[in-house]
Design a protein around this ligand. Structure first.
Ligand SMILES: [Zn+2]
Ligand SMILES: [Zn+2]
Length: 377
């Protein structure tokens, strides 16, 4: 496989002296952004995630990181390290290897009961739902404690005994090669997973892992005023921890579907109102779309194309500031009739003939006109 030539620090966006926590944080953030459940529309997400995973594999391992710092990617290859993510069937599998946590996988773990991994789930709502607040039903796969053994991995009624492989220590000494010679390091025991104790007879349902994947459904409240791309964190609703470890968190990434009536600009909504040219000339009261139906907008005589009328308080509610709302900005699109009957044409000709320089005089500067027409402010 092609080895990424990119600098892993750059990929994760961390400084060269970043500590373990910073690196973990940066990778988690990237992984959440690139998660296949929330990123179905980005064809590059899989490649980007692989790249991030590879960068994490290098920087999260102090030996590999030292090798890379001194000799770059070439040093890693000659040291025997080759990223191998091709064995995973899909990006979901790869993601699970990092966050789904079936005990082990890549990267090694510290001894002791590990915290469950976080889960990221996407939820798409409409703009109207974002305005009123809503609740969404989510359905997702999550690791839970096994229903039969309640997480200890033992067949009910059978004892749990000291792990023979590690003698109960939970860790094994491993020797790895590097250009600097042999390096000893500790890794979690692969039999007991760091616990030091194993069931004498493994639970048949979960094969002694104590955990199983189940589909969960969960109703989540989305507060009024939420923005596209914002996340809701539900603490402790992520994957179950290993052997008594605490659960991870659940992140709900909210996506707001495009609305054909409005664009959103922060808490403001922007809409376009078509005004026939004669009405723009003589003025009229027209209705514009609003979130709760329609609003009346007074179009004064002589209204120009691109003019904006602000309807206070008809925008989106402000997140977590109950009762306060943004504004609705109505942009006037003066529509010039494309076809006229013979009679209408006569009237238009009559009007055109009667116009004087005074009728069309404007005090607006060139810049002022441009700003209005191209919507700059
Ligand atoms: Zn079980
Ligand atoms: Zn062991």
């Amino acid at each position: 496989m092609a080895t990424s030539a990119r600098d892993p620090y750059e990929v994760l966006g961390v400084p060269r002296d970043a500590d373990e926590t910073q690196i973990k944080k940066a990778f988690r953030r990237l992984a959440r952004e690139l998660h296949p459940d929330v990123n179905r529309h980005d064809p590059d997400a899989e490649e980007k995630f692989k790249e991030a995973a590879e960068a994490y594999e290098i920087l999260n391992d102090s030996e590999r990181r030292a090798l890379y710092d001194r000799y770059g990617h070439d040093g890693l290859r000659s040291g025997g390290y080759a990223p191998n993510f091709e064995g995973f069937g899909s990006i979901s599998d790869l993601f699970d290897a990092f966050f789904g946590g079936f005990g082990g996988g890549m990267g090694g773990r510290a001894a002791g009961p590990a915290q469950g991994r976080d889960i990221a789930v996407g939820a798409e709502i409409t703009l109207a739902e974002a305005a009123t607040g809503t609740s969404v039903e989510l359905s997702f796969e999550a690791v839970d404690a096994c229903e039969v053994c309640h997480g200890n991995g033992a067949k009910p009624g059978t004892p749990i005994v000291t792990c023979e492989r590690c003698g109960g220590a939970g860790v094994l000494q491993a020797v790895t090669r590097s250009p600097f010679g042999q390096v000893m390091r500790q890794m979690a025991c692969d039999v007991c997973g760091g616990d030091g104790r194993v069931p004498s007879e493994p639970c048949e349902r979960c094969d002694g892992r104590g955990r199983e994947v189940r589909r969960r459904t969960l109703r989540v409240d989305v507060p009024p005023g939420i923005g596209d791309g914002q996340r809701i964190r539900l603490s402790g609703r992520g994957h179950a921890g290993e052997r008594g470890g605490p659960p991870g968190d659940l992140y709900v990434l909210v996506r707001i579907a495009a609305d054909e009536r409005f664009l959103r600009d922060g808490d403001d909504l922007v809409t376009v109102l078509d005004v026939p040219a004669p009405l723009a000339m003589i003025g009229a009261t027209l209705t514009a779309p609003a979130l709760d139906g329609q609003v009346e907008v007074d179009i004064p005589p002589g209204t120009q194309p691109g003019e904006v009328f602000v309807v206070r308080g008809e925008g989106m509610p402000r997140l977590r500031r109950s009762g306060r709302r943004g504004d609705l900005r109505v942009v006037v699109n003066v529509v010039v009739p494309r076809r006229l009957t013979r009679e209408q044409r006569k009237q238009a000709e009559k009007l055109a003939d009667s116009l004087t320089a005074d009728n069309v005089r404007t005090d607006e500067s060139l810049v002022g006109k441009l700003k209005r027409l191209i919507g700059a402010s």
